[in-house]
Write a protein that binds this ligand. Sequence first.
Ligand SMILES: [Zn+2]
Length: 284
Amino acid sequence: MGYWKLFAGLTLVTSLSAGAGGQNDFSGVTITTTHVAGNVYLLEGSGGNIAVSVGDDGILMIDAQFVGLAPKIEAALDELSKGDLKFLLNTHYHRDHTSGNPAFGDQAPIFAHHNVRRRLAEDPQEGWPVVTFEEGLSIHFNGEEIKALHYPSAHTDGDVLVHFTGAKVVHIGDLIFSDRFPYVDLDAGGDVGGYLNAIKRLSRELPQDVLLVSGHSPVMTMDYLQGYRAALVEQVAFIRAGMDHGRTLEQIQKQGLPGKWKEWTWSFVSEADWIETVFKSYRH
Ligand SMILES: [Zn+2]
């Protein structure tokens, strides 16, 4: 399953919520703002959830949703602060997180992993990241250290989490889709092994008391991350056991996963899609 299925699906959701409007009509979308902790707020609209830091230094924003939503996002920022936007970071290149870049790139420099710029630069558009990095960097802003950290080959090959160390909030991009099968974009350098490694590493390295913001799930705790990780480890082991027995993809899909995960199927990633992603990641 390619990235475009995800994008098309999100556009469809947007179109439905926008009534009779076309795919670029965001008139029916409302941006809702929620305080998470400390200086950090969550903005939900259409596409990947946005996190912002608001304070004396101004505004730092994580992800930008769709360009058609930019006026509403700016209005929501204005409600929070009269300060200027100083930094925009992208958690990864998927368009539901970066299509708004051109609307903000002339106000603030955009930061992202090298591979985000490389992938966005395949299409002519404005708003490419201008500061790129490999491993990570820190921005000292609004009284705290805000750490951006790359985790390799997980959801894509350019995933970055952003840790607000004072507020104890982490935006983890699209690493977790709570109570749903994850989307691992194999066509964009994602990999199930890398994905499991990322979740294991985060379980080990992030403080237990942080709150997790993500692209498409409610705010989560570290306890939730541990449980999600355990479920994925079990699912992947189950699928790989079938592979070790020489079963074909179709046979494993027909057998299915244990019934306790039936509810994890969703519009972008069915159980069969997830089995196929795991199968392709471990087939050599
Ligand atoms: Zn994504």
